[in-house]
Design a protein around this ligand. Structure first.
Ligand code: PLP
Length: 408
């Protein structure tokens, strides 16, 4: 008899986006004349930078000629891309990361989901609340938790991110083995300082724990004092794995390219306390289960690191950051406390009421769609997330409508 992985049955169905879609559909059916503006989406709206398109075309032409055709590529990525990443994202910022510590993939989603395969089943895991749900659900699937009770899985240590701690969670009181951190954060938009991040690195060193650092929104950091990589903190290359993506940096959400950094010094331990390097383990995992990102896509990603590419990407992010500023300023002027929107494409708005009631008010009275914070975890109750990924016209129109609904 084929038996099911019963851990899947513990998963609390994520009704968030389904619920949003249902409410929007009902509103549209009742008011077909109203143009709905979607400020909830975490997907980019601008096209790929021209340098990436040019590289894609050129690489497609290479695939058409016998002399330049490429079949399977290296599982961890072509050297030209791994080297460009190591040089521009790391060594240029003083982080000693080599090309053989970079693993190119088709998404930070799959990497943050798959990495847990390297760890034992009975480790203690700390996850933020609110959270990007992938970290939680993949550990539930792997059987590292108990049942979901009152919105939280038994066995996890939840790291509360609240207004009281400026959305930077405190160190856990108990010893944990694995820690998920994400900065700039989705959904709160909060960014972490070097001093705050150092506390986590020190904690990990002291407790032989590992930090999984999701820096998918790193390109939005404009404050030069903030760390763009965890490896800007001394010693982090012994205790942290970092995830990055071209999705939000260069508009690759539909094109798919990302990478994970597993420094050679990072270790995990056997039950008898023997240290095992994680770089060869991740390499083994990827070369067994993954066959690499396509050559044209890697060429397009490498184009991001040319002088022209850097300028185009900066302009792209500047555009979204200006949207974020407009949203943040408007919501603040209406009397709502906001986090994010600076160094981040997300604005986390304290609603003063239940997330869903605020969502419904904006939908029904302004035809503006946001994301209820409660969908990201219990600490998200009382907040909504507004995304800056949109056209300028839509952002201005949405804020005018919100203003006339919420203004005095
Ligand atoms: N990590 C975070 C925090 C995200 O918000 C997202 C996407 O929304 C991802 C990872 C996924 O990125 P990718 O498109 O590279 O899979």
């Amino acid at each position: 008899m084929i038996r099911v992985n019963e851990n899947y049955l513990k998963l609390k169905a994520s009704y968030l986006f389904v619920d949003i879609a249902k409410r929007v559909a009902a509103f549209t059916a009742a008011h077909p004349e109203k143009k709905v503006i979607r400020m909830g989406i975490g997907d980019v709206t601008c096209p790929l930078p021209p340098v990436c398109i040019k590289a894609l075309h050129e690489a497609a032409d290479e695939m058409a000629a016998e002399a330049t055709f490429k079949g399977y590529g290296p599982e961890a990525g072509y050297e030209f891309l791994r080297e460009a990443i190591a040089e521009n994202d790391y060594r240029a910022r003083g982080c000693q990361i080599g090309a053989d510590e970079i693993f190119v993939s088709d998404g930070a989603k799959c990497d943050t989901a798959n990495i847990q395969e390297l760890f034992a089943g009975d480790i203690k895991i700390a996850v933020p609340d609110p959270v990007y749900p992938v970290y939680v659900d993949t550990n539930v699937m792997a059987g590292r938790t108990g049942e979901n009770v009152g919105g939280r899985y038994q066995g996890f240590i939840y790291l509360n991110s609240t207004a009281e701690n400026n959305f930077i969670p405190e160190l856990p009181k108990e010893k944990v083995d694995l820690i998920y951190l994400c900065f700039p954060n989705n959904p709160t938009g909060a960014a972490i300082t070097k001093a705050e991040l150092k506390k986590w690195v020190d904690y990990a060193k002291e407790n032989k724990s590992l930090i999984l650092y999701d820096a998918a929104y790193e390109a939005f950091i404009r404050d030069e004092s903030l760390p763009r990589s965890i490896y800007e903190i001394d010693g982090a290359d012994e205790v942290a794995i970092e995830f990055r993506s071209f999705s939000k940096t260069a508009g690759f959400t539909g094109t798919r390219c990302a990478f994970t950094v597993v420094p050679k010094k990072v270790k995990a331990y056997t039950s008898s306390g023997e240290a095992v390097a994680l770089n060869p383990l991740w390499n083994r995992r990827q070369s067994t289960k993954f066959n690499g990102v396509s050559y044209p896509i890697q060429k397009a990603a490498a184009a991001v690191y040319t002088a022209e590419g850097k300028a185009q990407v900066k302009a792209l992010i500047d555009f979204y950051l200006e949207n974020a500023k407009i949203i943040r300023e408007k919501m603040t002027s209406l009397g709502f406390a906001c986090t994010g929107g600076e160094n981040s494409p997300y604005i986390w708005v304290r609603t003063g009421c239940e997330s869903w009631s605020f969502f419904d008010k904006l939908l029904n009275e302004a035809a503006v769609v946001t994301t209820p914070g409660s969908g990201f975890g219990s600490c998200g109750e009382g907040f909504i997330r507004i995304s800056a990924f949109n056209s300028r016209e839509n952002v201005i129109e949405a804020m005018n409508r919100v203003s006339s609904v919420l203004g005095n």
